[in-house]
Design a protein around this ligand. Structure first.
Ligand SMILES: Nc1ncnc2c1ncn2[C@@H]1O[C@H](COP(=O)(O)OP(=O)(O)OP(=O)(O)O)[C@@H](O)[C@H]1O
Ligand SMILES: [Mg+2]
Length: 233
């Protein structure tokens, strides 16, 4: 099976080549861990390789997304003009776009990568019963797979303690699960990433430190988080 590059420096090494094409991956983390930025890098990587991408946001306006991406040197504007990036902003207060309409758009634009930010809000907005939520999410991920699309979606975690992660129902519905956390180190926090699962492929099993700077997210697969060395000893 073909693997696709994530666009996040250092992560393809952790994933031993990248994410399996047409799979569905959930990116889980507490607020401010870099989920949206991760998605921007993922969509831009596709555009750079000529794979049309769709960025679905329930949280930020298209203009804000483009501006934030620009701050990290990620040029969304040019790719939007070329039709390689499409941004859909779903206002929580506005009329909801149906799954059907999203799937039609994906087909029409020959989309290969989708970033959905975030699945937790889907739960609030569209579904009032947990059982329906699970069924709808599964149908959505399967429909995307059929269209040959690789899906990256975000979910919000409440817990930062890496030893006591509480799993949500959606964690089981996706083929891959990546955790972004912040571990306390003295009086500040250290950013860490771990891959909880990636069905059908092998990956590195460590907890890796990462940084966010003006170039975006950088993962350090050869390093151990300082915060954990101190904690374990
Ligand atoms: N230029 C920068 N240099 C260093 N860190 C930055 C820079 N810009 C943003 N950040 C960090 O990245 C974080 C934003 O990341 P992002 O918005 O992707 O997080 P998120 O997980 O999507 O958050 P939320 O759950 O609120 O949507 C900021 O909270 C900040 O800590
Ligand atoms: Mg976000």
């Amino acid at each position: 099976m073909e693997k696709i590059k994530t666009g996040v420096q250092g992560l393809d090494e952790v994933l031993e080549g990248g994410i399996l094409s047409t799979s569905s991956v959930l990116l889980a983390g507490v607020p401010g861990t870099g989920k949206t930025l991760f998605g921007m890098q993922y969509i831009l990587q596709g555009a750079l390789e000529g794979q049309p991408g769709l960025f679905i946001s329930y949280e930020e306006l298209e203009s804000t997304i483009v501006k934030h991406a620009h701050n990290f040197g990620l040029d969304f504007t040019t790719h939007i003009k070329k039709g390689l990036i499409t941004v859909v902003n779903q206002e929580i207060s506005g009329k909801l776009i149906s799954f059907r309409a999203l799937l039609d758009l994906m087909q029409k634009r020959n989309i290969k990568r989708v970033f959905l930010d975030s699945i937790t809000l889907f739960e609030y907005i569209i579904f009032d019963k947990k059982a329906d939520f699970r069924k709808e999410v599964l149908e959505f991920t399967r429909a995307l797979k059929k269209l040959g699309i690789t899906l990256l979606a975000t979910s919000e975690k409440k817990e930062t303690d890496i030893d006591n992660i509480a799993y949500n129902p959606e964690d089981f519905l996706f083929e891959g699960l990546i955790h972004l956390t912040k571990i306390r180190k003295g009086a500040s926090f250290e950013r860490c990433l771990s891959v909880a699962k990636m069905r059908g492929q092998s990956h590195m099993m460590g907890i890796y430190p990462f940084t966010i700077n003006e170039e975006g997210i950088i993962i350090y697969p050869k390093q151990i988080p300082f915060s954990l060395i101190e904690k374990d000893s």
